[in-house]
Design a protein around this ligand. Sequence first.
Ligand code: PLP
Length: 463
Amino acid sequence: MNEILKNDLEQFSSILEEIQKDSISFLNAINEIPTSHRDQNTDSYQLKDNGLGASGALGFFNENFRKLMVSSAGPRYWGYVVGGVTPAALAGDWLTSVFDQNTQSTQGNGDISAILELQTIKLVTELVGLPDHFNGGFVSGATMSNFTCLGVARQWAGAHLGKDIARDGMSDEIIVLAATPHSSVVKSLSMLGFGSNNIVKIKTEQGRERIDLVDLEQKLIAYSGKSVILNCSGGTVNTVDFDNFRAITDLKKKYPFWMHVDAAFGAFAACSDNHLHLLNDWVNADSITIDCHKWMNVPYDSAIFLTRKEHQKFQIQTFQNSNAPYLGNPEDNFSYLNFLPENSRRFRALPAWFSLVAYGKNGFKWIVENSVHCATLLKTYLQNSAFLELSGSVHLNVVCFVLKDKNKTSEFLNILNTRGKVFMTPTVLDGKLCIRAAFVNFRTSKEDIDIAIQEMEEVLKML
Ligand SMILES: *Cc1c(COP(=O)(O)O)cnc(C)c1O
């Protein structure tokens, strides 16, 4: 064995102890670690003939990069939709790498990881109140989940036209309808050969981000004879608006279409009785996207897709790894190899499994209600502010706002973010630029809202 590798193997235990100490010092300081760094200049490491060993690599990293790590998992990182990392999720994630399973088949591989993945999918569906008619798997994020679901939808839609898209290529007889699709849905359509320009936009209800049902029905009539995929939102990113799944289900009985629900973070609204109604009848979806690295507070990268068991045939037609006979017949040996985009893959379910077992339904109910409470605190402050004002509605855990002096919104956000105490991202709502704060991290408390408000007041004075 190479000397340095051999030495590292002998020192494994002290290396892990060092990493543990290092991890604890980061995690203990996470409330004070900046949410952004002004100076991102770094030296890059030149590859050498002889390595530094794990401890040497850690030393080099700590000296050069560690100080530039941001507290994106901390309580005041409110940009995008960024979850934190619960202790159990971290435990599961660490062990995922220790075990390093290649998670594929539930039979014949002699390893249990795919079986546990299916069990984890079942636990997530139970958490968000979905019945047993879905199956699913873990992918890297909601983007890949949307991609996977829309890939199966494409195959289903092709079958309705008598075509096997996976084998014979794309058809322009398939129509994708959407009102407020997440950018990753548009990206998925580009990757899947639909073309990102080819979404047929449905109107939204006046002042809302959800589907206008009258317009939807008109489009369904107009496209009868084609094969239709409908992208629905289970929580839009700006105002967390939910489509009316009950009414969409009724339309689905009249007009056949594939109902995809992108519920990347909104799915967790189901954990709280206060918000469960937002997801009424989403069980009738054909496919659902749920992120675990957002409101579930599992580290990157973790999301699940769910598709109806009755659609399994279309799923396998789309993703079967067909030209490798040694991998068995996909119909009689369930394997993730034939069920999703990747072949080799990590035991990605483990952090979610640990979290679900560790915190149970009440843990996630608390996380959701706490996030919504934090959003309400910020909303109340904004409603009473002389210089800031709310944009759009706050339906759940995301708050959008602008400066009353609108020309200064961008400058305000830049200064606020550079100071590193709180991080928010810009967005566009109703065609207007605004600032967006999303609450999903379990660490966020009233104290953090107070700190952020103090920061915002300071920045207002500087303009
Ligand atoms: C975040 C998000 C996505 C994309 O998820 P990634 O995990 O970043 O790939 C898709 N849809 C919605 C509604 C989201 O909030």
